[in-house]
Design a protein around this ligand. Structure first.
Ligand SMILES: Cc1ncc(COP(=O)(O)O)c(C=O)c1O
Length: 398
């Protein structure tokens, strides 16, 4: 008899992109030129000095277990980084994790009891609801429209609070919308959290990627109360192009960080020792690569937005952070592609792959039905060619 899968794991929604990835792989096997605008990672290599620090760590034999919460130098460096931003974190309020992903799951596990509800300003990253369920909680999306800049109002958020609400999980800047919360919007959120005694989990993984003069605010730095009720999550993946190194962190109240440390100690132990030494160099060394990459993203953003303006049936809300555009494609739904009526954004993405060899992600998993997410973490020439194909495809629909 086949082994049965647990309730937790059988409840996990498989990634919406799996089918599309399989289609793309099949096309590539046939030698076809597929362009992916589905990526969630910078296309730049990790800066040279950071790679060198990783190699040096291996050569120096720093290949053994470290403290679960990370090497003391790295925790201290992270705390100092926040203090430079005016947020008074100390080293023992930091935990280094295997990517921001593990920091998020650890924070949720440390905070939630079974059945606790977590408010999710949405559209939001598709892993959040799954992580909340894995930690025993219940995701409660609070969906904002494009007209609201994809950021729910205090009134909307308040209406979603129940006696079971334990936390709010926000992503600033946001994947998939590119929305950047203003200080004022964050202050309202903090006030709501204070009034209802909620924890705030603030995922700031895209904090270094803001455009047109915008900047992202560290939620925990807004007040003493915010500092006490917020777990800040961030990491090296996006700012330093270090996705494969699997290195992130969380910062927060000491007892929550201690709980995350205890959980992590039994779950995975320390994040990779080699990655931690590379991360230390990332923080201590030359920071110019961060700005160089941000500027490249800013240029690509301008390019994709100007090209998308010419695509019939597609509308977008200007993103100010991260490297995604969430586009509304309802203007294309109901049209025909070679006789087939296109019924959903998911089907549109499949047909786009089939006939235009471009991969984009349907919005359903982000609580954005009728939308698609386009990543501009790709060279400008390829980006331009991808949007040219999308335009030709949209024009071909009847
Ligand atoms: C919103 C958001 N949070 C967290 C992560 C995870 O980042 P990491 O590579 O540090 O685990 C991602 C990755 O795509 C993300 O988009």
């Amino acid at each position: 008899m086949a082994l049965s899968v647990s309730a937790v794991c059988s409840g996990i929604t498989p990634s919406a992109t799996l089918r599309l990835n399989a289609l793309a792989a099949e096309k590539r096997r046939q030698g076809l030129d597929v362009i992916s605008l589905a990526a969630g990672e910078p296309d730049f290599p990790t800066p040279e000095h950071i790679r060198a620090a990783g190699c040096a760590a291996i050569d120096a034999g720093r290949t053994v277990y470290t403290a679960t919460a990370g090497i003391p130098e790295l925790r201290a460096e992270l705390a100092a980084r926040y203090r430079r931003l005016g947020v008074p974190y100390q080293a023992d309020q930091m935990i280094v994790t295997t990517g921001a992903k593990q920091a998020l799951l650890g924070a949720l596990t440390a905070l939630l009891n079974p059945g606790d509800e977590v408010l999710l300003p949405a559209p939001c990253w598709l892993s959040y609801p799954e992580m909340i369920r894995m930690a025993g909680g219940v995701p409660v999306p609070v969906i904002a429209s494009a007209g609201e800049g994809f950021i729910p109002s205090p009134r909307q958020l308040k209406a979603a609070v129940t006696g079971r609400t334990r936390a709010v999980l926000l992503n600033n800047p946001c994947n998939p919308t590119g929305a950047v919360w203003s200080g004022e919007q964050l202050l309202s959120l903090c006030e709501l959290a204070r009034r209802h005694d909620l924890a705030i989990i603030s995922d700031e993984i895209y904090e270094s990627l803001c455009y047109e003069g915008r900047s992202s605010t560290v939620t925990a730095g807004l007040s003493e109360d915010a500092l006490e009720r917020t777990v800040t999550v961030s990491g090296f993946s996006k700012a330093y192009a270090m996705t494969g190194w699997r290195l992130g962190w969380a910062a927060g109240p000491r007892h929550i960080i201690a709980a995350m440390d205890a959980w992590q100690g039994h779950a995975t132990g320390n994040p990779s020792s080699v990655s931690q030494y590379a991360g230390l160099e990332a923080l201590r060394g030359d920071q110019s690569g961060v700005e160089t990459m941000r500027l490249a993203f800013e240029q690509r953003r301008a390019l994709i937005l100007s090209l998308l303006d010419g695509v019939p049936g597609l509308r977008y809300t200007v993103p100010y952070g991260a490297f995604y555009v969430l586009a509304d494609v309802r203007g294309l739904l109901g049209k025909r592609c070679r006789g087939e009526v296109i019924g959903s954004a998911g089907r549109l993405c499949e047909l786009l792959m089939e006939h235009a060899l471009v991969s984009i992600v349907p919005g359903d998993g982000f609580y954005a039905p009728g939308c698609v997410r386009l990543s501009y973490a790709i060279k400008e020439s390829r980006l331009a060619e991808a949007v040219r194909r999308i335009k030709a495809f949209a024009e071909s629909l009847e």
